[in-house]
Design a binder for this molecule. Structure first.
Ligand code: FBP
Length: 262
């Protein structure tokens, strides 16, 4: 097995990723006339110096070209639309091989742990980890506990279990939601062991609220954040990205970086 090349994505144990798979997951309801265009997002990723941009293979094929290749590409290999009403399940829609051909430096996969369909996602994920690691490609697991047996998706114990599942299943990075409990979340990060943890951004918060959240997240020992809507739904995505980068990579506080947004 070749050691997955995390250095393409993580510097000094810190990482900042821009997520843009919501067109499949939520549909254009998240978008406006600007951010519906993948080039708008890729411009933010480039200018905002993101450590990775998360796309589906369809968007990558048509838009990840030219200067955008300076931003490491992460292809999410499974997905679902929000049009279905089945128990939480996301099926594989792209292979590791195809993702690598498109230029991916890492691949992603969502697991709804606790769902009735958990075994199928574990099985698909297991194969992906093997294929990706044979090529030295890191695997990021979106660990989203979901389904009838999960009464509270954001409880610290549930999130810690999800983080641990990521480690046990071979993920190099887990992407997990934040529950606004700084002390509790340290246990979530610990439970992931040597698997790095990045926090998912969530729906749009005000700039001060969002930056405070990121500051808190970094205090828990997390490696960083993989954010979408909070950036590309912002009126000032580049200024906000600069502020975010200062917090994640340079240990600044939310207060220290507010001047970027004035
Ligand atoms: P946001 O920062 O916009 O929340 O994106 C993070 C993310 O994990 C995306 O990668 C994904 O499309 C979305 O959240 C899925 O969220 P959910 O399954 O909760 O609707």
């Amino acid at each position: 097995m070749i050691i997955p090349r995390l250095s393409n994505l993580i510097t000094n144990n810190k990482a900042l990723f821009l997520a843009y798979d919501q067109g499949l997951e939520h549909g254009p309801t998240d978008f406006n006339l600007r951010n519906v265009d993948p080039e708008y997002i890729l411009d933010i990723a480039l200018e905002g110096k993101y450590d990775g941009v998360i796309l589906g293979h369809g968007v990558a094929e048509k838009y990840y070209h030219g200067p955008y290749k300076d931003v490491p590409l992460i292809i999410k290999l499974n997905g679902k639309s929000s049009l279905t009403n089945i128990s939480p399940f996301s099926t594989q829609i792209c292979s590791v091989k195809r993702a690598v051909q498109l230029g991916a430096k890492a691949v992603g996969f969502v697991i709804y742990d606790g769902s009735e369909q958990e075994p199928k996602m574990f099985e698909q994920f297991g194969k992906i980890v093997e294929e990706a690691h044979d090529l030295g490609i890191p695997v990021i697991a979106w660990m989203y506990p979901r389904g009838r047996s999960i009464p509270n998706e954001l409880s610290t114990e549930t999130l810690a279990y999800s983080a641990r599942i990521g480690l046990e299943l071979g993920a190099d990075i887990v992407k997990i939601k934040y529950n606004d409990d700084v002390e509790g979340y340290k246990w979530v990060v610990k439970s992931a062991g040597r698997t790095k943890l990045v926090v998912a951004g969530g729906s749009k918060r005000s700039n001060p609220e969002f930056l405070k959240m990121v500051q808190e997240v970094m205090l828990t020992g997390a490696t960083g954040i993989a954010v979408g809507r909070n950036i590309w739904q912002s009126e000032k995505p580049i200024a906000l990205s600069k502020a975010l980068r200062e917090i994640v990579h340079n240990g600044k506080s939310a207060k220290d970086v507010m001047h970027y947004l004035e």
